[in-house]
Design a binder for this molecule. Sequence first.
Ligand code: GLN
Length: 190
Amino acid sequence: MRIGVLALQGAVSEHLAVLEKLGVDAVRVKKPEHLEGLSGLIIPGGESTTLGKLMTKYELFSPVRERVQQGKLALFGTCAGMIMAAREIVGYDQPRLGVIDITVRRNAYGRQVDSFETDLEIPVLGPEPFRAVFIRAPYIEKVGTGVEVLASHDGHPVMAQSGNVLVASFHPELTEDYRLHRYFVQQVVK
Ligand code: GLN
């Protein structure tokens, strides 16, 4: 099994390092041809407007969207990657994949507490709480049909799954806890 990490901007090497620690063949994705033979793709955190511009420039939107919708590629979007996966973004009409029926709010925690860490209950990962790092993070404001909320913080969903698409508001690549990547590799990638 080979998993790609979208390597246009953001926390790319951290995700690659976690995948390698899990024994997964991990590659950088910059162009459409790099999607060949991949079972899964991680879109890392960064800045969603920049990611959108670069994905447009490198003509990645259609091939990624098609593969995900056809069930050929599983997707894991973290932070800005969650924004890229979402169907709607409150107040912004920026390019996105629209492969999961959620409405997200960018920079949802405001300026004063824009970055923080917290222990999250994520039942699908087991009873141990998950240390979650939020950096100018979005949260999910609305979920549509077929979307399962897997974790919430302060009453707002911050992790969700719909079939082969997994999204999280926070940065699981910045801690030593690899359970979320393992969940993606074992339960979401088919
Ligand atoms: N604030 C960024 C955005 O709106 C996301 C931040 C992140 O990915 N850490 O795109």
